[in-house]
Ligand binder design. Structure first.
Ligand code: PD2
Ligand code: ZN
Length: 290
């Protein structure tokens, strides 16, 4: 141990390293051992560790106290017992392709059959218009330059196919059919994209209370891929640098227990480079959507 280290303050680099180790699940004893191995005096290292971790926990407690409280959200996977490879739903077996926790994202294989994808496109195609998004400043629906796709909404339960898909999703995620919005279908031509956004309604916007009268906040999204674009068109999660490939019949589920960027559910549709991209989106609300 050198005299320098005896008196050395915790540098920003060391602090960042200690926090990184703690977040990665390293035990304090292991962190202490690494510090000792790189020449730190044990007492000085313990003091540095304690100071750094206490400061980190205080800051985290302060910032989570400012967040809205979390609400219950649906999920496709059992809470315990390991990751299943197949989910046996009443009318279909769905494969589990990938799951992560922060944000909660689950990629599902074969949620829809290829015939269901084709039929949904056929039913939607003649009703497409330039996509609109709900404007939270006014509560009205407006054409939005961030979304260069064309789209349409089915009413919930509008056709036998819609009812079948809605019932399947309800069984998949354990959430009532009545809490779902009608299925939205989007078509992206080459060059079209959906810039990163959150699917929940921004609580700070004046139009939001009006929107929330119909079933409360959105708490989860299921994006179903209806065809295979040749290149591009993945669903991106920029906060965690994840991109889900748009594979016909597959779907990506994600949930957000807080209507807040801390949910890390910023997501977008990457530009389609070649071919077309068709998706069907199902948004789930906290309560009954009317
Ligand atoms: O088409 C997509 O990949 C996509 C990306 C982001 C769809 C949505 N959001 C949506 O429908 O909300
Ligand atoms: Zn979205």
């Amino acid at each position: 141990m050198s005299a320098v280290q005896q008196t050395q303050a915790v540098t920003p680099e060391l602090r960042a390293w200690i926090i990184e180790q703690a977040q990665a699940g390293a035990q304090p004893e292991a962190v202490l051992a690494s510090m000792k191995a790189s020449g730190w005096n044990e007492d000085v290292a313990i003091a540095a560790l304690e100071e750094t971790l206490r400061g980190f926990l205080d800051e985290r407690a302060k910032s989570s106290a400012l967040l809205p409280p979390p609400v219950p959200v649906p999920d496709p996977l059992p809470k315990e017992g390991g990751l299943p490879t197949v989910l046996r739903l009443p009318d279909r077996e769905v494969r589990v392709v990938m799951a992560m926790n922060e944000p909660r994202v689950v990629v599902l294989g074969g949620l829809l059959s290829h015939e269901e994808c084709d039929e949904l496109i056929a039913q939607a195609e003649r009703r497409l218009t330039r996509s609109e998004t709900v404007q939270t400043d006014t509560g009205a629906s407006e054409v939005n330059a961030a979304r260069t796709s064309q789209g349409m909404f089915f009413e919930r339960g509008e056709s036998e196919l819609c009812r079948r898909i809605e019932a399947r999703i309800a069984a998949l995620i354990g959430w009532p059919v009545d809490n779902g919005e009608g299925i939205q279908v989007l078509r992206y031509r080459p060059g079209a994209e959906y810039k990163p956004h959150y699917d929940y309604f921004d609580p700070a916007q004046p139009g939001t209370p009006r929107i929330l009268e119909r079933g409360g906040q959105r708490v989860a999204t299921v994006v179903m891929y209806l065809n295979d674009p040749e290149i591009g068109g993945g669903t991106t999660f920029p906060d965690v640098k994840v991109e889900v490939a748009p594979v016909k019949g597959n779907a990506v589920f994600f949930s957000y227990e807080r209507a807040h960027p801390s949910s890390k559910t910023l997501h977008g549709g990457a530009p389609v480079v070649a071919g077309e991209k068709w998706v069907a989106t199902k948004w789930l609300r906290e309560g009954v959507f009317r």
